[in-house]
Ligand binder design. Structure first.
Ligand SMILES: *Cc1c(COP(=O)(O)O)cnc(C)c1O
Ligand code: SF4
Length: 421
């Protein structure tokens, strides 16, 4: 449920920092439909209020009217102006949720494995070697990113929620799937869980029966949104001990950190957190989607990758924004994404060129936009499968007609009679 106090708190935070009434109205309208959440660290340490509303971290975390299609915005704004009851506003919001494509990539239908007779809720097994686990207690984040495709997880509609109730069935599924080498805890953000709860999810994997699980990954934005999780939180040390136990067991502990902008790396707290995680033997890799208004300049990526390298974090993926409710607001055309990626790559050394991108995590697999090539007198996109449901297709190259407006695989058409995923 979108809680009233959350709206009021968000509004107060923005008002107290000088945002005008005109903006506060937008904030009320948009936040009655999409979930928002910001904590004090983001507000006080990351956002530059003198630059709001154009500040990248403000854009990442606060509402903007363009996050809703214009007709939806106008309809909701009219309800707010006529002081409709909270019940009427909630009902209208639910109708909008149904329209805004809560689970792109048909993930719910296509990737939930079965164990025995029943679907294994809160588990996705799309690529043979990696199983994603969504622990029920980890289905929120320290703050929310406005573009997040997980937003359906946060609005409390049971039909569109995916969460694993406990680790027991996950363990027995993994025991029967020897091909799985990696378990990726995701969410929401698994670092929202206390260390004791996280331990209940991780420890059962560290048994000889599950010796084929070689890597335990944690997808998290806590280093950006709440680095204190790894430093001064009451159970921060217990979390680090858990990473150490994974490593001591001979397995790889991988923190898949979400960093959107170099600003997130500037604070002493995050630097200390990175240091402490690295001291456990865990390896941090960084990934993020390319987002209009947030990190759509090559310089942002070049500076971020270089700082990451200096901090001992390996750049991993640059993603293309996927089809979510607020897509048109945040999306960057593929051809522009490729330019940003290539320009960023050119201005850093090889050590900072380890991020692959731009990558679309699409229904058939992860598709890399590898370049634009000219064949005869036609420009084509050269694309490549980095991950595929069918492992035989990994590495497969294919071609599409160049289209300057295309934002996603669905917008492209095969060229040269090319194979198509
Ligand atoms: C990206 C992704 C993975 C992991 O892929 P790697 O390339 O091994 O990091 C696993 N499952 C899903 C559904 C993914 O989208
Ligand atoms: S931290 Fe991750 S899951 Fe949470 S809102 Fe941001 S992108 Fe979504």
């Amino acid at each position: 449920m979108l809680k009233a106090f959350a709206h009021q708190r968000l509004e107060r935070l923005a008002r107290d920092r000088g945002m005008p009434e005109e903006y506060l109205h937008e904030l009320r309208v948009v936040s009655s439909v999409l979930p928002f959440k910001v904590n004090e660290y983001v507000v006080d340490e990351l956002i530059d209020w003198s630059a709001a509303p154009d500040d990248p971290i403000f854009r990442l975390t606060f509402p903007h009217r363009d996050m809703l299609p214009p007709d939806v915005y106008d309809g909701m704004a009219a309800l707010h102006r006529t002081a409709a009851s909270p019940e009427v506003i909630r009902k209208a919001a639910r109708e909008v949720h149904a329209r805004l494509n809560p689970n792109p990539g048909a993930q719910l239908e296509a990737n939930v494995p079965h164990h025995g007779e029943h679907p294994l809720d809160g588990v996705q097994h799309k690529y043979a070697e990696t199983v994603l686990v969504f622990p029920a207690q980890g289905q929120t984040c320290h703050s929310y990113c406005g573009y997040c495709f997980r937003w359906s997880q946060f609005v409390g509609n049971a039909d569109i929620r995916q969460a694993a109730p406990d680790v027991g069935r996950v363990v027995s599924y993994l025991a029967r799937h020897q091909e799985v080498t990696d378990v990726l805890f995701t969410g929401g953000d698994p670092m929202i869980m206390s260390s004791a709860v996280l331990d209940r999810w991780v420890a059962p994997l560290l048994t000889p029966d599950l010796d084929h699980i070689r890597t335990i990954r944690f997808g998290t934005k806590a280093l950006s949104y709440w680095p204190h999780r790894f430093t001064t939180d009451r159970d921060a040390d217990d979390l680090l001990r858990l990473f150490e136990r994974i490593v001591a067991d001979g397995r790889h502990a991988a923190v898949m950190a979400h960093f959107s902008h170099p600003r997130e790396l500037g604070n002493p707290a995050v630097r200390k957190a990175i240091r402490r995680i690295r001291d456990t033997g865990a390896v941090i890799r960084a990934q993020a989607p390319l987002i209009a208004h947030v990190n759509d300049r090559a310089e942002d990526w070049a500076v971020m990758w270089q700082r990451l390298v200096e901090l001992g974090v390996m750049p991993y993926y640059m993603f293309v924004e996927r089809d979510t409710g607020a897509r048109s607001y945040f999306s960057v055309p593929l051809t522009r994404a490729l330019e940003i990626y290539t320009d960023a790559l050119r201005s850093v050394s090889g050590l900072a060129r380890t991020a692959r991108g731009p990558v679309m995590s699409a229904a058939p697999g992860k598709v890399l936009v590898d370049g634009v090539v000219t064949v005869g007198d036609e420009e084509l996109f050269s694309l490549r499968m980095l991950q595929a449901r069918d492992a035989r297709l990994v590495g497969r190259q294919f071609f599409a007609h160049h289209d300057p407006h295309a934002e996603w695989l669905d917008d492209l058409r095969p060229a040269l009679g090319s194979w198509w995923p």
